[in-house]
Design a protein around this ligand. Structure first.
Ligand SMILES: CC(C)(COP(=O)(O)OP(=O)(O)OC[C@H]1O[C@@H](n2cnc3c(N)ncnc32)[C@H](O)[C@@H]1OP(=O)(O)O)[C@@H](O)C(=O)NCCC(=O)NCCS
Length: 181
């Protein structure tokens, strides 16, 4: 494990010319995405990727991708919808709500378990609640089963019970709970 110095971490958006430094986490698909697909997704305006690294080291410390999403009312999940609506005034209740999706999030295995994943989620929460560049009420994620406890620790809840035996679980975070925190 390499200790993280948060004050020296640099975050930037991937560009066509970015020279992506080596990266390895526990999930092979997430490793491949960064080198094989991230630029393509960005070119097609399907997801934007951000990288975290140290200037002086030849390593990508972490990366994440974001895209627009929405949460849509599912009549089979009335209980979840009621829970989700509880925090929304009656006059603003809808059958769908705007969201930002964490399409990918991965921390280099040399740096995991030191709060960096949480730091990244907190920055995303801040960017889409307090900064308010667009209306966006929820963060969503298709959480890999192995990462579900991590998202639970970060305040994410399940959108449905129907995926409880699947490899990924759809989860959400209400940004109203973060605003001005
Ligand atoms: C999941 C991942 C992003 C977490 O990043 P991280 O920097 O290691 O996480 P943090 O240190 O911020 O962990 C926050 C909390 O979640 C817990 N946690 C993190 N990963 C966990 C896991 N796989 N299983 C159980 N708990 C986990 C930590 O123990 C910590 O708990 P604490 O607050 O009680 O100490 C990172 O481990 C990773 O990249 N994994 C491989 C790729 C992946 O699964 N990405 C998610 C795709 S949906």
């Amino acid at each position: 494990m390499v200790k993280i110095d948060f004050s020296k971490l640099r975050q930037f958006q991937l560009t066509e010319d970015s020279d992506i430094k080596p990266f390895k986490c526990a999930d092979g698909d997430l490793n491949d995405f960064l080198f094989e697909d991230a630029k393509h997704f960005q070119r097609e305006l399907m997801a934007v990727t951000y990288l975290l690294e140290y200037m002086e080291q030849n390593k990508t410390v972490a990366y994440f991708s974001l895209l627009a999403d929405k949460i849509i009312f599912n009549p089979d999940e009335k209980g979840v919808w009621n829970k989700l609506n509880r925090n929304i005034p009656n006059s603003k209740r809808r059958r769908s709500y705007p969201a930002v999706k964490v399409g990918r999030l991965a921390v280099n295995e040399d740096y995991s378990g030191q709060g960096l994943g949480t730091f990244i989620l907190d920055n995303i929460k801040y960017a889409f609640s307090n900064v308010k560049r667009l209306g966006c009420r929820f963060i969503t994620v298709d959480a890999l089963k192995t990462a579900v406890p991590f998202y639970e620790r970060n305040g994410f809840q399940y959108i449905t019970e129907s995926d409880k035996d699947d490899e990924t679980r759809l989860m959400f975070f209400d940004l109203k709970n973060f605003i001005n925190v």
